[in-house]
Ligand binder design. Sequence first.
Ligand code: KG4
Ligand code: ZN
Length: 338
Amino acid sequence: NKTIYILAIESSCDDTSAAVLCNNRKLSNIVATQKIHEEYGGVVPELASRAHQQNIVPVVHQALAKANIDKKQLSAIAFTRGPGLMGSLLVGTSFAKSLSLGLGIPLIEVNHMQAHILSHFIEEENYKMPSFPFLAMTISGGHTQIVLVKDYFDMEILGESLDDAVGEAYDKSAKILGLPYPGGPLVDKYAQLGNPKAFPFPKPKVDGLNFSFSGLKTSILYFIQRETKNNPNFIAENLNDICASIQYTIINILMDKIKKAAKQTGITQVAIGGGVSANSGIRQALKKAEEKWGWNTYIPKFEYCTDNAAMIGIVGYLKYKEMDFVDQSITAKARYVI
Ligand code: KG4
Ligand code: ZN
């Protein structure tokens, strides 16, 4: 049984990341976060691809150095093929193809959404991995999905957002409140100090296991416009209660759907991933579900929740074992379904 070293590259959105894995263990996981988008209140695709171009070489060097690995020891290169922003994906894809050609080692393409889910299989001390089948809920600034995971590469999307992602709902609500981007963590912070039932917001009516968050954003906007007309200090005087009410509504939406998915499939093993997994409300709600209904829930280390290359590396390792390689004709894929 030979030791496998995978160099993984992630560049699907606004984080440039490189990681080295030794089998299913992480040796390094370097992430360069692009600050440039903050002043625009969201990711600007053209700026993202330019920053990837600048960051990719230093990030890869750092990942190899931290892992204490020479590039000649690498078994294969894994990269994010999609889904994501085309200009961003092209940087990582082109880089990975060139390096694989230069080193004469196999190339492995990775679906970013599968990687979020399979990040649960990175070996970590004291982390219990889920067993198949399980439900995965990927919640971030770019995604909101409930996936039935039957095996490593046998997944079925049960539901997803028809409009904004849940992290986007957080960030847009925060923007309405005058909070800086990305506002999700701030809404969470103030929410913990407020009354969740202070201001009721309507829950969207969406069939099945799909989500919709754009209506919530609009109702928050109208509510704030109406209240500040009467009282210009409304936001400042009620910030904690407003945030708590927004959080209460969003977490209810997520929990309603995951409960429905559990009921529908009979599966009570629930794994989450994506940046919104850091949210205190979702963590509490899942803990309650464990205690009340005997669910098993799985939340990876925060490092593996946000976009990172280690999760691309674990997929690389799993595919390496299957000899699932691609050749130089591979191209990036902005829309890439699991
Ligand atoms: O996974 P991620 O780093 O990037 C992608 O979108 O792929 O997720 C970032 C998102 C942002 O929308 C951010 O506001 C949200 O995750 N987020 C949170 C919290 N921490 C991060 N939202 C709510 N509560 C949090 N504690
Ligand atoms: Zn992601």
